[in-house]
Design a protein around this ligand. Structure first.
Ligand SMILES: [Zn+2]
Length: 194
């Protein structure tokens, strides 16, 4: 078992970045949704600040208020409902649409190309601006041609949503290294027990 496996299996609170888009990864800050209790990966404002950094949006944490954290969780659940609705091909939740649209209408941080042309940086980010950035990514994804590539992990014990960018559109796991290999091991053990 390599280090990545150990971290992911042992630390439920660790952030997951297997969604393929920042708005999808944001929904993964609420994990094991089937379980009671599920896992809240942004329990405190500082955790949301850390998520913005680990998601690669900013280099230095920005101040996050308690109300920004509440808003962030609301936005996250609305994005999740809409993405899962797409996965299940259900009608989209109107209240979730309104909430995501309200955030997408706010001004995101400005973006800037770096001198070497290799990266864009968010300029003067704030927590609200970063949430607007995430909401816009969600609108772009849900309203775009890739929305039909949203999937839910096939594992019974994983509720992560991800964007399937495989050519055939046949990816089954949020992560081959975690849920994919866990499934392979389970099938191997079943065969060995026969
Ligand atoms: Zn999974």
């Amino acid at each position: 078992m390599n280090r990545y496996h150990r971290v992911v299996f042992q630390d439920e609170a660790a952030f997951r970045f297997v969604g393929g888009r920042v708005s999808v990864d944001f929904t993964a800050t609420h994990g094991l949704r089937w379980r009671d209790p599920s896992v809240e990966r942004i329990p405190a404002p500082a955790d949301l600040a850390r998520w913005f950094v680990e998601a690669g949006l900013i280099d230095i944490p920005v101040p996050v208020s308690a109300s920004a954290l509440r808003s962030a969780r609301e936005l996250r659940e609305a994005l999740y409902r809409l993405m899962r609705g797409r996965v299940l091909e259900e009608p989209l939740d109107r209240r979730a649409i309104d909430l995501v649209n309200r955030w997408a209408a706010k001004a995101p941080p400005a973006i800037r190309l770096t001198a070497d042309g290799s990266a864009k940086h968010l300029v003067a980010p704030t927590a609200d601006g970063l949430l607007a950035f995430v909401a816009r990514d969600g609108v772009d994804l849900l309203g775009g041609s890739h929305a039909n590539r949203l999937r839910e992990c096939s594992s019974d014990t994983c509720t992560l949503i991800y964007l399937d960018t495989s050519r055939a559109g046949s990816r089954r796991w949020c992560s081959m290294e975690v849920c994919g290999s866990r499934d392979k091991m389970a099938r191997y053990r079943r065969r060995a027990a026969d």
